[in-house]
Write a protein that binds this ligand. Structure first.
Ligand SMILES: N[C@@H](CCC(=O)N[C@@H](CS)C(=O)NCC(=O)O)C(=O)O
Length: 213
């Protein structure tokens, strides 16, 4: 029995949907609506005290933090691997994943944007500018890292999908939703679009989730 607490538009939930699909693992969704604040409801907070999606429940154990869950899934269900063989390559794809997971996404999370509006009276235009600023800064470093290291091929590292691609695709989707200009990051976009066309990535797309609106 495996349940994913997920919201269709959540890019961190999207990461786990991709990984579960790549591994061919069945799961049932428990939809948590962020607009309806279901992630702060007492029953969900009791399950996952941070009050953020996603959470994965497997055999009665709760797993939070999508990057940690990606690694849990990879260690528990090794095929196909989401991390490369050597320690140096693993460090490289973890670094790319963390540019997104640690240095872009947290600054642009819903609660941050809401706090900017409620506490500091920022307008929608201001918060959109904030959002686009951190996208541009994060993707600049992601793109430069890809270029300088020269280790990409079809995907961020060679021809095999890794957690770097799993983090990249949802972040590009979100950036597009916020009308960010990604023209300065052609390599990142090209790799993302290629990965997004894979069946596992397509199945995980927000628009195909039962809670999509
Ligand atoms: N570092 C966490 C972040 C989880 C997270 O922030 N999820 C977002 C959706 S993508 C969320 O629940 N946001 C609710 C909010 O900001 O109030 C992870 O990777 O799982």
């Amino acid at each position: 029995m495996r349940t994913l607490y997920t919201f269709f538009r959540s890019s961190t939930s999207y990461r786990l949907r991709i990984a579960l699909a790549l591994k061919g693992l069945d799961w049932q969704p428990h939809h948590v609506s962020l607009p309806r604040m279901e992630h702060r409801a007492a029953d969900y907070m009791a399950l996952s005290p941070q009050g953020l999606v996603p959470a994965l429940v497997e055999d009665g154990q709760v797993f939070a933090q999508s990057l940690a869950v990606l690694e849990y899934l990879d260690e528990t269900y090794p095929e196909p691997p989401l991390l490369p063989k050597t320690a140096a390559d693993r460090a490289y794809v973890r670094a790319l994943a963390q540019v997104i997971g640690c240095d872009i996404h947290p600054l642009n999370n819903v609660r941050v944007l809401k706090y900017l509006k409620s506490r500091w009276n920022l307008t929608d235009d201001d918060t959109n500018e904030w959002y686009r600023h951190w996208i541009a800064e994060g993707f600049r470093s992601f793109e430069e890292t890809l270029k300088i290291s020269g280790r990409h091929a079809r995907y961020c590292l060679g021809d095999t999908v890794t957690i770097a691609d799993i983090c990249l695709v949802p972040q590009v989707a979100n950036a597009r939703r916020f009308d960010c200009d990604l023209s300065a990051f052609p390599l990142s976009v090209e790799i993302s679009d290629r990965a997004a066309a894979l069946p596992a990535f397509e199945a995980a797309h927000p628009s195909l989730q039962a809670d999509a609106f």
